[in-house]
Design a protein around this ligand. Structure first.
Ligand code: GAP
Length: 431
């Protein structure tokens, strides 16, 4: 892949309203990004595809939406207060700080040699205070993963829902890590979103469930058209101390193969530790056999922003005279755009508005774009660049026989169809 591919994607994202640097008018803030109108749609579609496939389509998974700020004891139990740290190296000359396992030999700012031996531990959880007193008793943390909220609600869910092991609790939400070196656009940021599933199983069933989830998660990416993925099994040295096995799904970004999702067999570490720290019995009783035990956990954990970057990199295509974002129909921000052939002909504009309203009313098609600027060729170019699946033009023939042209983003082929049948035709194409 060309090295400048990432730069082109960053530029497209800024130019076309996908992703802006955070707080840009104030000079930005490192590691934070704002998602513009099209980025918000793309992110929403990724989360919706995950929620639909991992939660709503399964009778053994329920969803959750827990608070970002939790009782700090929860983060002591999970090991984050004592151990969620990166090793930090500071340049002795210009005092710029680097993540030790990811640093160059020499400081890129001043050329000074960096010394790994002087690395010190730095906890990457963001701290805040709850209430008006800023003292140690009121310290709290912005959650560094969404998983914590799931474990502390395990008892609430088994007490209120008709769940039976094996079952899962899933959550999508904001996560915060005070990364030493945020980098590679939205690949490593300080505020991001995670989509996590904690799947609870009988201890003896964890190997089978782990393999099943690895397969399901790999298939999920493939079904959404993501190419260039592979699996990487973490060695004992790489994985967390409680993990019995971890497989990462990696994507080949323009800056190399990198993890987009990790699937871990966490054993009973989490429920055991939260039982000890909270003093609550978090064991599960099988209603049929009466057996009481702490379930083991399989955790597929993915980052929305990272996956979004992978989909953008994969979809970005330069053809002879156009740039196209070949996003999967489920992910494309716009499933269709509606154009009146000429904007100064009221009869065409009014008919186009009619078609637009017909499509926009249909929830499953998502937002529909409207474009009446420039010539049709320029409008096609502009919609291709943001991944719009279909461009629909209302012309003089529409006024005579009620047909419109539908142009396909990938093949660029056009067909004439009846406007009143458009909703069904598009629904079929979009899936
Ligand atoms: N509960 C397990 C957990 O949080 P993780 O490997 O630290 O595991 C899971 O994170 C996923 O979250 C990663 O695969 C990645 O997609 C995403 N992620 C982690 N740190 C990130 C960061 N600083 N910026 C963007 N995404 C991040």
């Amino acid at each position: 892949m060309p090295n400048n591919k990432l730069e082109k994607i960053v530029s497209l994202c800024k130019r076309r309203g996908f992703i802006f640097p955070g707080s840009e008018i104030y000079g930005g803030i490192g590691g934070f990004y704002d998602f513009g109108p099209l980025g918000a749609e793309l992110k929403f579609n990724i989360k919706q595809a995950w929620w639909r496939d991992v939660v709503q389509m399964r009778d053994d998974v329920v969803g959750l939406n827990a608070a970002i700020i939790m009782n700090p004891k929860a983060w002591e139990a999970s090991g984050h207060v004592s151990g969620f740290a990166d090793m930090l190296v500071e340049c002795s000359k210009c005092h710029i700080r680097y993540k030790a396992d990811d640093m160059p030999d020499k400081c890129p700012e001043c050329g000074n040699k960096l010394d790994n031996a002087k690395a010190r531990s730095f906890n990457i959880m963001f701290k805040t205070f709850v209430g008006p007193a800023e003292d140690t008793a009121s310290v709290a943390y912005l959650r560094p993963e969404t998983a914590g909220g799931i474990f502390v609600n395990f008892k609430n869910v088994i007490d209120t829902m008709r769940v039976k092991v094996p079952f899962g609790i899933a959550q999508i939400g904001k996560t915060f890590r005070n990364e030493i070196n945020p980098k590679d656009f939205i690949f490593r940021t300080r505020e991001f979103e995670q989509m996590e599933l904690e799947y609870f199983v009988e201890p003896d069933d964890s190997g089978r469930a782990f393999d099943e989830w690895v397969g399901l998660r790999e298939k999920w990416y493939e079904q959404l058209g993501l190419k260039n993925i592979r699996k990487h099994e973490q060695s004992k040295e790489e994985r967390a101390h409680y993990s019995k096995a971890t497989i990462d799904i990696e994507y080949e970004f323009p800056f190399g193969w990198k993890e987009i999702e990790g699937i871990a067999n966490r054993g009973d570490f989490d429920l055991k530790s939260h039982s000890e720290y909270s003093g609550q019995d978090l064991s599960y009783t099988d209603k049929e056999s009466g057996e009481k035990y702490l379930p083991h956990v399989i955790e597929p954990s993915a980052g929305v922003d990272r996956i979004m970057l992978a989909f953008l990199c994969d979809a970005y295509t330069e053809e002879e005279d156009r740039v196209v974002l070949k996003l999967h129909p489920r992910l494309a921000p716009y499933k269709a755009a509606v154009f009146p052939l000429l904007k100064n002909k009221p009869e065409l504009v009014s008919k186009a508005h009619e078609v637009y309203s017909l499509l926009a009313k249909n929830y499953s098609l998502g937002p529909i774009a409207w474009d009446d600027r420039g010539n049709i060729g320029k409008r096609y170019y502009s919609q291709d660049e943001i991944g719009t699946m279909h461009c629909i033009t209302i012309d003089y023939q529409t006024l005579e026989d009620g047909t419109v042209t539908v142009r396909d983003r990938d093949t660029m082929k056009q067909e004439r169809v009846l406007a009143k049948e458009l909703t069904n035709i598009l629904k079929e194409k979009v899936g």
